[in-house]
Design a binder for this molecule. Structure first.
Ligand code: 5GP
Ligand code: ZN
Length: 112
């Protein structure tokens, strides 16, 4: 499968890894939009949020526990934003489900 994030998980493309376990992989975004910007992805190739279902939603719950842990480790005590872009209108450019975590500055709302 020609998926950048599957290749990052496999170590075929280098990444700045923050965390890894049997289910998920977390790494810094190559083009950060905030002082702290990392991505948390399931190791299983799930294309987008629309493909979350009863058989794989345990990974999503786990991703949120990992985000909570990493946010504490990175001292994002003033808050942060979790973003999932889904599909064309959502601005998704990599078709492997990922959650952006952005912090370290005040973020505007709503997004453009
Ligand atoms: P999307 O636009 O799909 O929500 O987000 C994809 C994100 O992946 C972008 O923020 C982009 O900078 C990041 N990205 C794309 N290719 C790579 C890569 O090879 N390595 C890393 N670390 N991030 C990447
Ligand atoms: Zn993939």
């Amino acid at each position: 499968m020609d998926c950048i994030f599957c290749k990052i998980i496999a170590g075929e493309i280098p990444s700045n890894k923050l965390y890894e376990d049997e289910k998920v992989y977390a790494f810094y975004d190559i083009a950060p939009e905030a002082p702290v910007h990392f991505l948390v992805i399931p190791k299983e190739h799930i294309k987008c949020a629309s493909d979350i279902n009863d058989s794989n939603s345990d990974i999503i719950a786990h991703i949120f526990t990992v985000i909570s842990k990493l946010a504490k480790e990175l001292s994002l005590d003033d808050g942060y934003r979790i973003v999932n872009n889904c599909g064309q209108n959502g601005g998704q450019t990599v078709e492997h489900l990922h959650f952006h975590v952005l912090g370290g500055r005040l973020l505007a709302w709503p997004p453009g």
